[in-house]
Write a protein that binds this ligand. Structure first.
Ligand code: MRU
Length: 332
């Protein structure tokens, strides 16, 4: 995908290092992080230098290759799997690389497969995508290796020259929608507006949203899925107003061993992510401010689980799947 007209992937391998677009610096600065060993790469996953389920998967695959090349497979497996518990792609990638004859080749394959899967999700999802789309968090190319999941159909539609407008939920507490989705859409020239998290129902009720596209961090066998906190209430609202709600994800996000949403482990993150915000100050410096009363505390679940009954369909690289054929299709 394009940054100032130049093509980038979110994660790539370069001479033994893992290179990452530094997502904590966006949209104010565009920087590339270099992780010289598996411990550094694992830290970058944990502190969300790289984030989004498929991007985490690719980074974890490369981290595991770094660990294996250093003769530290066991330590690498434990460390990388402990970084972020919810995203299925991370566990899938670590296990695949650990079992491979050529760790680096396998990690590269995982990244390349993800690019192809997301491009395909775009082509398939484009047929379902209408003019006014609501999305939550960032499930664009920054969350993947390229293209994105939920945003891939939007990009495909835009490239076909069809009208499209994206309502990007701000997505507190880390504001992936405001910071990352809006920045991506700007780079791609897609018309959009950031909306406060609690404004989605207002626009749905007014008939201003035609469809909702979101990504997923883990899809259980029965179709329940985990995604960024706040996804559940968007799905409930979409149902109320009769708006189609699509979940876009590569097959690697489907966890056939996970029976239903109750079995998905939800990551709890530091309360400071809720208590403080970072942004561009009037004097041009990037600053961190407390946005609540001193001494207040916060709870910070990073994901929620949306029941399958609220999902219109799942868009994967193998086609549009309904609840009933999710697992059968995943294992064909
Ligand atoms: O905590 P994050 O930013 O890693 O969460 C990302 C999301 O919830 C995305 O919607 C999800 O990973 C799907 S990405 C294609």
């Amino acid at each position: 995908m394009l940054v100032k007209g130049k093509h980038y992937r979110t994660v790539w391998w370069e001479r033994g290092s893992v290179k990452l677009i530094e997502q904590n610096a966006l949209p104010f600065e565009f920087k590339i992080a270099t992780c010289r060993g598996f411990r550094q790469t694992a830290r970058a996953i944990g502190n969300m230098t790289v984030r989004g389920a498929p991007a985490i998967g690719a980074a974890a695959g490369f981290a595991m290759a770094q660990a294996m090349l250093a003769g530290k497979a066991k330590e690498g497996t434990g460390l990388i799997k402990a970084t972020r518990p919810t995203a299925a792609d991370l566990f899938h990638a670590v296990d695949r690389v650990a079992a491979a004859d050529d760790a680096l080749e396998e990690a590269q394959l995982i990244a390349d497969e993800n690019v192809r899967a997301c491009e395909r999700i775009g082509e398939i999802g484009e047929k379902l995508c209408e003019a006014r789309v609501l999305t939550h968090c960032n499930a664009g190319w920054l969350a993947c290796v390229d293209w994105g999941t939920a945003l891939a159909p939007v990009y495909a539609r835009h490239r076909k020259g069809k009208r499209v407008f994206v309502y990007a939920d701000e997505t507190r507490p880390r504001s992936q929608g405001a910071r990352l989705t809006a920045w991506e859409l700007q780079n791609e020239g897609v018309p959009h507006a950031i909306i406060a998290d609690n404004a989605a129902a207002y626009f749905m009720q007014r008939g201003e949203i035609d469809c909702v596209f979101v990504g997923a961090d883990r899809i259980a066998a029965n179709g329940d899925f985990a995604n960024k906190i706040g996804t559940l209430e968007k799905a409930i609202c979409a149902k109320e107003f009769g708006i189609p709600f699509y979940v876009c994800a590569p097959q690697s996000t489907i966890d056939a061993k996970c029976r239903d949403g109750k079995a998905i482990r939800i990551e709890e993150r530091d309360e400071d992510e809720v208590l403080f915000q970072t942004g561009l100050c009037d004097d041009g410096r990037i600053g961190r401010v407390r946005v609540c009363a001193p001494l207040s505390h916060a709870k910070n679940p990073a994901f929620d689980v949306t029941p399958a009954k609220l999902v219109t369909a799942y868009v994967t690289e193998r086609g549009v799947l309904r609840r009933g054929n999710l697992i059968r299709a995943a294992h064909k």
